[in-house]
Design a binder for this molecule. Structure first.
Ligand code: PSV
Ligand code: MN
Ligand code: MN
Length: 435
């Protein structure tokens, strides 16, 4: 492990303490799986291939839309955020990349940031632009929209910001830009629904034109908020149409929290995969709207069903010898847990769904579907979902130099206490920019 932030000896001691229990659980699960004709070692190897990127803004901040209750030792800049991301990856071995958000993560020295990341063994996934709030000193307001604003000057400024993000991302080794805009209307009549989307497409064409050859742009839809009457990019249909208009480098990003309650998100995933437009994910969980809660904390079965579709898509891609590699990223932010603990838990939950989906007996499922054996088809999914694969995840982590129990190891390291000393709170500071 390069430039380990948490003492490697401490992680080793932690794992040694857990070793006997973990081995016993692993052997017991191995026996259960063997009776089903499944080799546990194959699944552990699959678990070891899993990676999900950490959102830099998730390492802050105690912020909700309504108030900020800062935590101790919060990172005060992108360099400190990266240090927290290194802890998350060191203990989980499942988060080797970070997704940045500009201008929250602004730096005058991208080379130093890249060097720090390299030292930690971290890479950069998609960079995110932000034209959903005004920044200090900004010339044109986004109060009435950014990429879709009536004001040509505001639109040009928003386009330029996205191009700046691409430039910065390029210096850091990113390969994609994620664009989410809050643009839309709060009142009927406020904007021409078709005109707003036409302006969006015009702006996005300029951004698309600035993409390097090996880059993608991800269009992130969201049903509502802050535009409560009509959001311009409200749904996957609009996202798909826009991505299709723009060209092959444009794909759709699915944030699990950005749909109406009870929406069949796994079917959206299947549709986007079928038509080659599934760009990536923002994983999180929610009860009502864009709650940004930890992955798998509310509806773990939905997360499993999403990964079941991804497993199906991967299998189809393999037999067609085509590429299928959507970007996996977390997107969460709240204020009642330690962000490092929450991000580690989320990464493990997404990895759990990935491994459970790999456990689905796809041949059996196909046969039950073909013979209309509905009950057994449903049970085939449930059988995989009900299997507790925790020992597989822990074994994969330990073998990769991570912690058997990342949260327990993190707590015993005292990292947060050290961070609180090294990073005294600034009055009124907001590390993500969310206030
Ligand atoms: C919007 O709700 C969103 O999900 C987008 O991904 C933004 O970049 C992020 O949240 C900001 O917190
Ligand atoms: Mn998101
Ligand atoms: Mn969101």
């Amino acid at each position: 492990i390069k430039n380990a932030v948490i003492d490697v000896g401490l992680v080793g001691d932690h794992n040694a303490q857990q070793q006997a229990t973990l081995q016993a659980d692993y052997d017991a699960l191995g026996g259960i799986l063997a009776r089903r004709g499944v080799d546990i070692e194959r699944l552990t190897a699959i678990a070891g291939t899993f990676a999900v990127a950490v959102p830099s803004w998730g390492a802050g901040t105690g912020g909700t839309r309504f108030a900020r209750f800062p935590g101790r030792g919060e990172p005060r800049n992108v360099f400190e955020k990266l240090e927290d991301c290194a802890v998350i990856n060191q203990l989980t071995r499942a988060t080797p990349a970070v997704s940045l958000h500009f201008p929250w993560d602004r730096t005058d020295d991208p080379a130093a940031l890249k060097e720090l990341a390299d030292g930690y063994g971290l890479g950069f996934d998609a960079v995110n632009s932000n034209t959903f709030q005004d920044q200090q000193g900004q010339e044109h307001t986004y109060k009435y929209g950014s990429l879709t604003a009536q004001s040509g000057a505001a639109r040009a400024q928003a386009v330029q910001h996205n191009i700046d993000c691409i430039e910065l991302g390029r210096k850091l080794g990113s390969k994609a830009l994620t664009v989410w805009v809050g643009d839309g209307a709060n009142f009927p009549g406020q904007s021409n629904l078709r005109g707003a989307l036409e302006r969006y497409l015009d702006s996005m064409r300029d951004i698309y034109g600035a993409l390097p050859a090996d880059w993608n742009v991800f269009i992130e839809h969201k049903l509502f908020e802050p535009a409560f009457y009509a959001t311009v990019i409200a749904d996957w249909g609009t996202s798909f149409a826009a991505a299709t208009e723009l060209g092959p480098k444009a794909k759709c990003l699915v944030d699990l929290g950005h749909h109406a309650p009870n929406t069949n998100i796994e079917m959206i995933v299947a549709r986007l995969a079928q038509f080659g437009k599934l760009g990536g994910f923002h994983f999180n969980d929610s009860k009502y709207g864009d709650d940004d809660l930890d992955s798998g904390s509310i509806n773990p079965f939905q997360l499993f069903l999403v990964f079941n579709e991804l497993a199906d898509a991967a299998e189809r891609a393999k037999s067609a010898a085509t590429d299928f590699a959507p970007a996996y990223m977390l997107d969460q932010s709240h204020n009642v847990t330690d962000p490092i603990e929450s991000l580690m838990s989320s990464a493990v939950e997404v990895q759990r769904a990935f491994v459970q989906a790999a456990l689905v007996d796809r041949n059996a499922l196909r046969a039950f579907q073909e013979s209309n054996d509905v009950l057994n088809a449903a049970q085939t999914l449930k059988k995989a979902y009900r299997t507790d694969v925790s020992a597989i995840l822990a074994m994969a982590r330990v073998r990769a130099g991570g912690a058997a129990d990342p949260v327990a190891a993190y707590r015993s390291s005292g990292y947060r206490d050290g961070a609180a000393e090294r990073r005294p709170a600034k009055a009124g500071a907001s590390s993500s920019g969310i206030v």
